[in-house]
Design a protein around this ligand. Structure first.
Ligand code: AMP
Ligand code: ZN
Length: 112
């Protein structure tokens, strides 16, 4: 998807603050964090929303969810964290490339 921000990040055409990468997934800090820790886990291949997922995506979705607690702990969220998947316009989704928000730890820090 040539006009997709997250596909451009996957392709290296836009920068990101990467925290994890493997063959199928990429994770990076959210550019506008709403918690002290706020990372996004995305599949490298373009899937617009959770509602577009098919049975063939079962393993990919499992990999995304299993990565969440690992990244949470790596970022100091040992006592708990939140996950969020906004789906569709009325679900608050702004970037139409599937992603899991992983966040916690109180108010965001000023990254500037
Ligand atoms: P959603 O509302 O679930 O679609 O969330 C999209 C998220 O992507 C928002 O929290 C944005 O702050 C974040 N975001 C948008 N552009 C970028 C970017 N270039 N790098 C990192 N995060 C981004
Ligand atoms: Zn995309």
């Amino acid at each position: 998807m040539s006009d997709c921000i997250f596909c451009k990040i996957v392709a290296g055409q836009l920068p990101c603050s990467k925290v994890y990468e493997d063959d199928e997934l990429l994770a990076f800090h959210d550019i506008h964090p709403f918690a002290r820790v706020h990372v996004l886990i995305i599949p490298k291949r373009h899937i617009e929303t959770l509602a577009d997922c098919l049975p063939e995506h079962e393993k990919l979705l499992g990999s995304m969810l299993l990565l969440a607690p690992r990244l949470a702990v790596e970022h100091g969220l040992d006592t708990g964290f939140k996950t969020l998947i906004n789906t569709g316009r009325d679900g608050g989704q702004e970037v139409f490339h599937l992603h899991v928000h992983v966040f916690g730890g109180g108010n965001p820090v000023d990254r500037n």
